[in-house]
Design a protein around this ligand. Structure first.
Ligand SMILES: NC(=O)c1ccc[n+]([C@@H]2O[C@H](COP(=O)([O-])OP(=O)(O)OC[C@H]3O[C@@H](n4cnc5c(N)ncnc54)[C@H](O)[C@@H]3O)[C@@H](O)[C@H]2O)c1
Length: 469
């Protein structure tokens, strides 16, 4: 066991990350101003908090793969963590070697953290997925091993909403076709069936993070917005919720889909729904590929029922860039690509520099808060537990972080161990077979810390013990 490390100085640097901008200074780009706002929000709560040092962990080592955004690397550097950074993912044998002694790993979608890989990770406490999806990680095995997993599901909502606005105008003005024609030397100046979007009705299916952003943007363009959601959701601006999907389909000039992928949304838009749409309406799907029955869409386009469509997502998507969008992948690919006024994009709805930066900050901050304070809010595989920070003057206080199997009697055992001290606050939650207890205890001498740690380590249902002091 390594001795406790003094990271007081490093922890106080934590507060310095919220780079404040002077009043009156105009930032160089919207990105800069947005990012500094996010940083200030992320770190402002740490102002009067006691910086905590880990007992028994040694220096925190982080392995970052797949070119994780520099916003995250800046956050870890400020913390003084030891960061090993790689631009790409690693072959499995190299990954197994590298993961052995790190406390945290940051990945995107290509690195597969399977049980085979994770069982070599003896010191790992946290995995950061710097992306939306988490199916590249064996979440259950990670939880059973006491490893929390975080991701960033909503950092790219605005990027998707902006893409959809662009597609609405592009479809209404047939810009895709005109541009293709010009690229092949054809001048085709037409106004027939080209429209302004002002005064048209946008029907949003799924009024969550993306759908509601889009609602605000569309109204600014003078569109009437209606939406359908399985939940009753408060409208933004003058938008109106409709009762059924068919009500929406009957009224909307543009239908745009922003629902999750699940059994209920599979082929949510198929032949009957396409038939229920207005003649000459447009369909946009930037949600998930399974939500639209694409052969039915091809049919509706061929019959002239729809005037256009935009697809960003597909049931099967190529694993890498290149000439891979073929009939072998999806049997209807050639038919789809030969249609007029149909915009096809390679799942780029959330792919912007701003989204990548925001993901770096969100996941980087979540990892730091879990390592430094034990806060697991937002974890995807783990009980979500948080306690307010210890104050600067609580010198002899210790934060106990205890991950254990969710069985009766554990809390009694733990509270017996903590019982000689004053338990100032305590919170425990469980998720499936895993439970997580966080407690702040006071009146702890430096000499008590080792004994507390060892007693907790020897309890029968313990998975991971960490003490911060
Ligand atoms: N194209 C891209 O690059 C990209 C990027 C980010 C997200 N997405 C996808 O966009 C979709 C929406 O993302 P979000 O962040 O807005 O999700 P969200 O969870 O914030 O919102 C989804 C909304 O859909 C509603 N809903 C669920 N089932 C429904 C149904 N059967 N009918 C109507 N409404 C239903 C929910 O109540 C919720 O309000 C997701 O599928 C997500 O994976 C795509």
């Amino acid at each position: 066991m390594t001795s406790p490390q003094d990271i007081q100085q490093l922890s106080s640097n934590f507060n310095a990350v919220g780079l404040s901008t002077s009043p009156g200074v105009v930032s160089a780009s919207p990105n800069d101003s947005y990012l500094s706002q996010v940083r200030q929000r992320s770190f402002s709560t740490a102002k009067h908090a006691k910086p905590l040092k880990p007992f028994s962990t040694g220096d925190i080592k982080i392995l970052l793969l797949e070119n994780v955004n520099e916003t995250a690397r800046e956050i870890f550097a400020e913390q003084g963590y030891q960061v090993e950074f790689h631009k790409s993912s690693l072959p499995e044998d190299e990954l197994i070697e590298k993961i052995k002694d790190v406390h945290a790993i940051g990945i995107r979608s290509k690195t597969k953290l399977t049980e085979k890989v994770l069982k070599h990770a003896k010191n790992l406490i946290i995995i950061g997925c710097f992306c939306i999806g988490t199916n590249q990680v064996d979440l259950e095995y990670a939880a059973k091993s006491g490893v929390a997993v975080f991701n960033s599901p909503f950092s790219n909502s605005r990027s998707v909403a902006e893409l959809v606005i662009a597609e609405i105008i592009t479809l209404a003005r047939q810009l895709g076709d005109r541009s293709l024609e010009m690229h092949t030397g054809t001048w085709n100046k037409v106004s027939n069936k080209c429209w302004e979007i002002r005064g048209k009705t946008l029907g949003i299916v799924g009024y969550g993070h993306i759908g509601s952003q889009l609602s605000v943007l569309a109204e600014a363009f003078g569109m009437n917005v209606i939406y359908y959601d399985v939940l009753m959701i408060m409208a933004l601006g003058s938008a109106k919720q409709v009762r059924t999907l068919n009500d929406l389909l009957a009224q909307a000039d543009f239908v745009t889909l922003h629902v999750p992928e699940n059994p209920d949304t599979k082929n949510l838009i198929s032949s009957p729904q396409l038939a229920a749409m207005k003649d000459g309406a447009y369909l946009i799907n930037a949600s998930r590929g399974t939500v639209v029955d694409i052969p039915a869409l091809v049919e509706a386009m061929k019959l002239g029922k729809l005037a256009g469509a935009a697809l960003d997502v597909y049931p099967q998507e190529p694993g890498k860039n290149g000439p891979n969008f073929t009939n072998e992948l999806n049997s209807w690919a050639t038919e789809l690509t030969s249609l007029r006024n149909i915009i096809l994009t390679p799942h780029i709805g959330g792919s912007t520099e701003e989204a990548q930066s925001a993901i770096g900050i969100e996941v980087g901050t979540a990892l730091t808060k879990y390592i430094n304070e034990g806060t697991s809010t937002g974890a995807v595989n783990f009980p979500e537990v948080a306690l307010r920070a210890l104050d600067l003057d609580q010198e002899n206080s210790v934060r106990v972080l205890y991950i254990h199997q969710n069985v009766p009697g554990v809390l009694k055992t733990v509270n017996n161990i903590l019982g000689n001290h004053n338990i100032e606050k305590q919170f425990s939650d469980s998720r499936g077979e895993i439970a997580y207890l966080m407690a702040d205890i006071s009146d702890v001498d430096a000499s008590d810390i080792k004994s507390l740690y060892e007693q907790l380590e020897h309890t029968p249902y313990k998975i991971v013990t960490r003490l911060l002091y």
